[in-house]
Write a protein that binds this ligand. Sequence first.
Ligand code: PGA
Length: 248
Amino acid sequence: MSLLVIANWKANPKTQIEAKKLAKAIHQYLVKSKKTAVLAVPAPFFDAIKSLKSKRIILGAQDISSFSTGAHTGETPGEILKSFGVNYVIIGHSERRALGEPHAVVNQKILKALSLGITPVVCIGELSREHLDRALSFVRLQIETALVGISRTKITKVVIAYEPVWAISSNNGRQATPEECNEMIVYIRKTIADIYGQTIAKQIRILYGGSVSGKKDATDFAKHGGAQGFLVGRASLDPSSFSTILSV
Ligand code: PGA
């Protein structure tokens, strides 16, 4: 399985011109290396990214409304994302959960994305690792509530991003070790197996996210951390760092 690398630009950069410049630099690397990457960018930049007509950049969004089109001021329904050619959407990022997004809404958003054929990238991760038993039950609850009502045929379309909240760069945390990452990825897979069985659990792609900054740690997380790809925040805003991650 080749690695899936997703850039999470968060609320960056400041202008459309900068967004295009950044995407262009990433595109150049992708063409040279014959790789692909998902760029999950702020919705106002969708057109700028699309204007590059890059076959190697896959368009991603950072959120999706749980509602369909209609009288929902401020929401961005999946139907609109779909019309822009969005193929992946980050759901339940810790920065959204911290604003009060409840488990049930995360679940509705996943169901919505799946119904439209958009791949949900579901963020799962404990706030602290101090007490492992608490961290495990926190992660289990996030998974069980996220996957309510997802059929056995649809579940294999879901991508999980294990993002320990304490390891995300903006929290000034330390990076997880590949061993810590592996331990939790094994547990996430076991939790999925408890619901859907081993065969299905083995097919689910699990990424790691949290201060992945370059080739060395990407290699370590892929080799020893059980990660089948990365969700990259800060380093995805720097084409040369992001390229070294993509080179793994
Ligand atoms: P980071 O962000 O790579 O800056 O830690 C990852 C994320 O929040 O998705």
